[in-house]
Design a protein around this ligand. Structure first.
Ligand code: NAD
Length: 311
């Protein structure tokens, strides 16, 4: 498995580090418009290989140095500054994506494209259009991160391991995202039937507070330390692992939805099955009318943002 990481900033470097520690790839190639930064990250990462699974890490000075990658990961571009929303980055990052994606695809025509750059749903749409690739081969990390944030909060509230909580956040990776409470389960128990051994099921008001906390997580982290990177780094590695190992893993990644439960023509997150070829299937998760309406509204938010930047 050869993975090319485009963008050697906090997210790109942390994703590469997580890939090394999890043994996801035999070869990591790192490209950044700032060549010195790419070189430095590759050197630093190379010096961690002795303590991880065997792999090679190298930097390249041009996009075509990423040739023959199995997956190209886009983490380059502007990041949120305190007070900015992800959507505020759309114009700059869509422009960057249009500049760089054609060269990346021509160097690695058989690669899958994994978008991390924000706003990830809008940039995934721009990357899909700029790449000319089949929609099954272009995905974004989407709400895998937001779902893990929700699972952490539910696990803490219900006092069980986060691995025993199953709950999706879907729609935009951003302010209009939707929690699918009606399909959430803990240890196989539907959330609404949770209790009484470890407390009652979270009330509607508590659920609202949890979703608000998920939506605000990035703002809090950016305010405190300038960027989010550990969780998205390991999310990126986990998505790559599902591809590298042909796992058919269910993950709520961003993909192009021509039609999903009546919602059309938008890139956003719903639970998908990922294998070695990319997107193998989408799951029609049962949802309440309220959840479906919120998902349709989230799609409309993303579509408006795409229209504003011509994506
Ligand atoms: P960063 O500023 O640390 O790194 C960005 C890197 O991109 C820089 O090294 C810069 O030189 C490089 N770059 C810019 N334009 C380039 C180009 N045309 N070609 C190659 N390299 C280029 O930022 P970061 O914290 O690593 O964040 C990167 C992106 O990831 C941002 O858009 C951020 O919002 C996003 N992000 C997404 C998620 C998610 O869940 N999807 C989570 C966190 C961050």
């Amino acid at each position: 498995m050869r993975i090319a990481i485009v963008g050697a900033g906090s997210v790109g470097a942390t994703a590469a580090y997580a890939c090394l520690l999890r043994g996801v790839a035999e070869e990591l190639v790192i490209y950044d418009v700032n060549g010195a930064k790419a070189d430095a990250q590759a050197l630093d990462l190379t010096q961690s290989v002795q303590f991880a699974r065997m792999a090679s890490v190298r930097s390249v000075g041009e996009p075509d140095g990423c040739a023959d990658a199995d997956v190209v990961v886009l983490t380059a571009g502007a990041k949120q500054r305190p007070g900015q929303t992800r959507m505020d980055l759309a114009a700059d990052n869509v422009r960057m994506c249009r500049d760089i994606v054609p060269a990346l695809v021509s160097a690695s025509p058989d690669a899958l494209l994994l978008v991390v750059t924000n706003p990830v749903d809008v940039v995934t749409k721009a990357a899909l259009d700029a790449s000319g690739l089949d929609p099954t081969r272009v995905v974004g990390t989407g709400t895998v991160l937001d779902s893990s944030r929700l699972r952490v909060l539910l696990a803490q509230r219900c006092r069980v391991a986060v691995q025993n909580v199953h709950a999706y956040v879907v729609g935009e990776h951003g302010d209009s995202e939707v929690a699918l409470w009606s399909s959430a389960t803990i240890g196989g128990i539907p959330l609404e039937h949770w209790g009484p051994a470890l407390g009652e099921a979270p009330s509607p008001a508590e659920r609202e507070r949890m979703l608000a906390e998920v939506r605000e997580a990035a703002y809090r982290i950016v305010a405190g330390k300038g960027a989010t990177y550990y969780a998205i780094g390991v999310v990126t590695a986990r998505v790559l692992e599902a591809i590298a190992r042909n796992e058919r893993r269910v993950l709520p990644v961003t993909s192009y939805l021509d039609s999903y439960l009546g919602i059309e023509d938008v890139c956003m997150s719903v639970p998908c099955v990922l294998d070695g070829h990319g997107l193998a299937a989408r799951l029609d998760v049962p949802m309440t009318a309220g959840e479906h309406d919120a998902l349709a509204e989230s799609a409309a938010v993303i579509r408006r943002a795409c229209t504003a930047v011509g994506a």
